[in-house]
Design a protein. Sequence first.
Lengths: 331, 331
Amino acid sequence: MSIQAVARKAGVSVATVSRVFNLPEKVSPPTRAQVEQAARELGYLPNSSARTLRTQRSRILGVVLPTMLNPVFAECLQGIAQAAVAGGYAISPVTTAYQVDEEERAVHRLMAGNVDGLMLVVSNPATSTALQRLRGAGLPYVLAYNRHATHPCISVDNEAATAAAVAHLVGLGHRRIAMISGTLAASDRAQQRWRGFLQGMSSAGLEAPPVVEVPFVETAVDALTRFLATTPRPTALVCSNDLLAIRSIRAAHRSGLQVPRALSVIGFDGIALGEDLTPALSTVVQPNIDIGRLGVELLVNALAGDVAPGPEASLLLPHALRMGESCAPPP
Amino acid sequence: MSIQAVARKAGVSVATVSRVFNLPEKVSPPTRAQVEQAARELGYLPNSSARTLRTQRSRILGVVLPTMLNPVFAECLQGIAQAAVAGGYAISPVTTAYQVDEEERAVHRLMAGNVDGLMLVVSNPATSTALQRLRGAGLPYVLAYNRHATHPCISVDNEAATAAAVAHLVGLGHRRIAMISGTLAASDRAQQRWRGFLQGMSSAGLEAPPVVEVPFVETAVDALTRFLATTPRPTALVCSNDLLAIRSIRAAHRSGLQVPRALSVIGFDGIALGEDLTPALSTVVQPNIDIGRLGVELLVNALAGDVAPGPEASLLLPHALRMGESCAPPP
DNA sequence: CTGTTAGCGCCTTCAA
DNA sequence: TTGAAGGCGCTAACAG
C-alpha cells in the first residue's frame, strides 16, 4: 500500500496525494475528495519510515527512566505518554535500573533509533556522559526530576521541599528526626533532599544525625528494622521517597511501633497510591504527571522551532505537603 | 553521517560497509577493521528509517495498555521493555484508559507507525474491533492478561485462581464472603474472576452475594465504606485487583474495622508493593513481569520466523496465593 | 571477497 | 492547481 497505488486509483500524481496528506489546502476540493476516497478504499496509511527518511524527523521521543517499578516514574511516564500523543509524537521508553552505564547504552540505542528528542531521568546530570553525548549531537532533551544549572530540567525545589517537611515535623514537636535515603551517590535528588534536611534541621536549631542509607530494596525493611532498634531512637523519619516511607512504616510495625503514635513518617514523591494506604501517607507531593507532560511540551515546542531547549527553559514546579495520617506529635 | 561517508573514508564501497554491520563474517578481517575504524571516527550510526524502509521491518513493538498508573501494568511493561531490549527491539507504549475507542485509536496509530508486532491488554478480546483489524492486517500480536480461545494470550487461570482465594478464606472459617470488582463489563478479567468466585463459593456450599461493583477510582473508598455499613456485613472480601484490596482496607479502617481481625481482605495481581504494606497484602500473585517478558519473546520468535502467533501459542502461567497479613479467621 | 546498482515510499523543488 | 523527477540512507541481488 503505497502512495503510488493511491495516485493511480485516484487518477492523479503522487505529488498530489502527498499534498492531500501534508498540505491539503493546496489541493482543490474536488481532487482532494477523489484522493481521500481512494486512500480510504485502499486503507492507505502513509509509510512513516519513508516519511522519516525524507524529512529527517521521526516524530518519536526517546524516554530514559531508572525503572517503571517505582510509581513515581510510572506516573511521570503516563504524563509523557499523554502529552506525546497530544503533540503527535510516539514515545520509546528505556529503563536503566539506576546504572550510569545503562544510561549511556539507552541514549546510544535511542540515538540509533532516530528519535527527535529525549526526556530523561539520569543519576547525576553533572557527571553524565550520556548528556554530553546528547549535547554534542545537538539532540534536544529535557531532564525530569534532575536539577542542574547547565541543563533544561523540570523539577521541584528538593531542598526547600525537604526543609518544609522537617519544619512540619518540628512544628508537631519532634526534635529527634532522622533522614532515610537510598544510595546518596546514585542520585542528585537524594543529595539535594539530604541538603534540604540539613537546612531544615539547622533552621530549627537541631542537630542532624547521620543520614541512614538503605541501598538495597530487598533488604530495606530489615535494615530499617535494625535501625529502629538503636537508641536513642528518632521520633520521626523523613524519607527520601515514598517507597522508603512505606517500608519504614512496615519496619516500624515489625518493631512494635505504631505509626504515627510512636513514630512519625513522612515521604517524598506524592505517589497516588499513598492516599489509599492506612495510615494515609504524609508526603511531599511532586506533580509527577505534570513533570512528564511539561517536559514533553517543552520538547515539542522546541522541535517545532528547531531549537534545542537550553537551561533557561528549566521549570521549577511547586511542591506541596500532603498531610496524610503518618505524622503526629511525638510520644 | 551516512554509509557513503564511511565508505569513502574507509576506501571501500557502501556495500562493504553495509556488510560490516549486517553480515560481518562475509567481510575479510582487514577491510572490516578499516571500516570499523572509519565508522568509529565518524561516529556513524546506521540510519534506522532507511534500514526500515529498505527491509520493511522497523524492529519496533507496539504496546497497548489501559494505564501505567496501576502497578500491575507498570510491572508488565517493565518485563516487556527488558525483553524487547534483549531481543533487539524498541517499544512504543500507548495507554487507553480502559476505553475501547482508545484501543482502536492506539492500534491505528501504532500501525501507522510501522510497528512489527504488538503486545496488548484489551478490554474484551471477544468483541474487540482493534484485534480484528490487526488480524486482518496479518500483524503479529499477543495479548497479556486477556484470555480467549481465538487469540494468542499470556495469562493466568483467573477462574481457578479466584476460586483458590475463596477456598483459602473458607479454610480459615469464613462463610460470609463478598466479591469487590471494578466495572464487570469493562474487562474480561473481571468477569473471569467473578466466575471463579461463584465457583469457589459453590464448591464450598456457600451462597454468593451479588458482586459489589466499584466503578470509579475517585469514589471507591467512599463506596466501599458505605458497603461495609450494610448488614449482615461479610467477614471477608475477595477483591478483583490489588488496588481495590488496598482501598477496601482503607475503607475498613475508616469503618472502625481492623484488618484482618475484623475483616479479611484478599487481592488479585500480586503487585510488588503489596509486600511492603502493613498489613502485608494477601493476594493472588500473577507473574506480571514474566507475562510481559514471555509475550515479547513469543512475538520476537514469531517475527524471526515470519509467522504471526496463533491461539495455540497461548500460555497459561501459574498463579500463587501469597499469604500476607490481611487474612485471618473470622471474628 | 568486493563493487555496482536498483529500488524501498515519500516529500519537495521546479516547471508547466 | 497539478505533475515530473531527484534523492533521503540503506540492503540485497547480481556481477566480477
